[in-house]
Every structure is written in structure tokens, then in C-alpha cells.
Write a protein that binds this ligand. Sequence first.
Ligand code: HEM
Length: 146
Amino acid sequence: MAYLGAAYLWVKAAHVIFVIFLMAGLFMMPRFFVYHQETAPGSPEDRKWIERETRLLRIILNPSLVLVWLFGLMLMVEIGAWHFGWFHLKLLFVLGLSAYHGWIAGYAKKLARGERPLTDRQLRMLNEVPGIAAAVIVIAVIVKPF
Ligand code: HEM
């Protein structure tokens, strides 16, 4: 349904701009967690990390996720992307990335409660998830292999 006209490329540019902000936040947060975990619950350093994580979520991550979805769905409707295989692959990985976002928000809450459920090594391994997902998503949307 072509309804955006000349605005299409502007919407696409906005989509990619917020994709960059979102990905930056998703890469930063598990790094924050590794440093945060080294602090003793209730210490002044602990409180500083809680503040940093809350701000990153509130100012960068959550608004970017909403805007990436909003502009992405507008593009989807415009080009009828739903009918293409590449879009289904993209959506699958985007849903995975959104779930990862949810996990990040949950883990930040646990750290704020003084819990330290994962080891540094596990956090560093989880940090590979957004990179791999982003690579698959970009290949799906640009190469459109099917
Ligand atoms: C949240 C749900 C999302 C939806 C519904 C969505 C949908 C779309 C659609 C329909 C297009 C236009 C494709 C075209 O013009 O051929 C597009 C472009 C793009 N998307 Fe998304 N997207 C989403 C999230 C993401 C994420 C998370 C990433 C990266 C990690 C991403 C990266 C891109 C890129 C790089 C383009 C530009 C491709 C080009 O130059 O043509 N998108 N998106």
C-alpha cells in the first residue's frame, strides 16, 4: 500500500538512525553489567551503576525500540514486505532482538535488587547475541536472498 510517497526514504532514514541508537545501547548494557557486578550491593558504586543503567534504558534503549518498530512497520505496510521470505527471516531475528532487550531490562532490575545471577563469562557470551542478530537482519533486508 503506497501511502508514504516522497516520505518513504525519510522514514527509512529515521528507521536506520534509531536502529543505530538501539544497537549501541544493546551492546553497551552487558558491558555495564560486568562492571556493575563487581560492586557490593548497596555501595555508592552500586548505586551509580543502577543510575547509569536506568538512564540508558529510559533515554536510549526503550524509546529507540519503540521508534524502530514504528518506522519499521510503516515501511512494511508501504512495500507490502509481509509477502517476502526475507522479511519473515528479518522479523524472526527482530523478535529475538526484542526479547534480548526484555532480558536486559529484567537483568538490570535483578542487579538493582542486589542479585548477581550470571557470571562475567556468561554475560560476555550473551553479548554476542545482538551482533549475530544484527548481521542476519541486515543481510536479510539488503541482500534479500529469498
Ligand atoms: C522492529 C521491527 C522492524 C521492522 C517491521 C522492519 C521493517 C523494515 C522494512 C519493511 C524495511 C524496508 C526494506 C526495503 O525498503 O527494501 C526496513 C529497512 C531496514 N531495516 Fe528494518 N525493520 C525492523 C527492525 C530492524 C532492525 C532491528 C534492524 C537492524 C538491526 C533493521 C535494519 C534495517 C536496515 C539497515 C534497513 C535499510 C535497508 C535498505 O537500505 O534498503 N530493521 N526495515
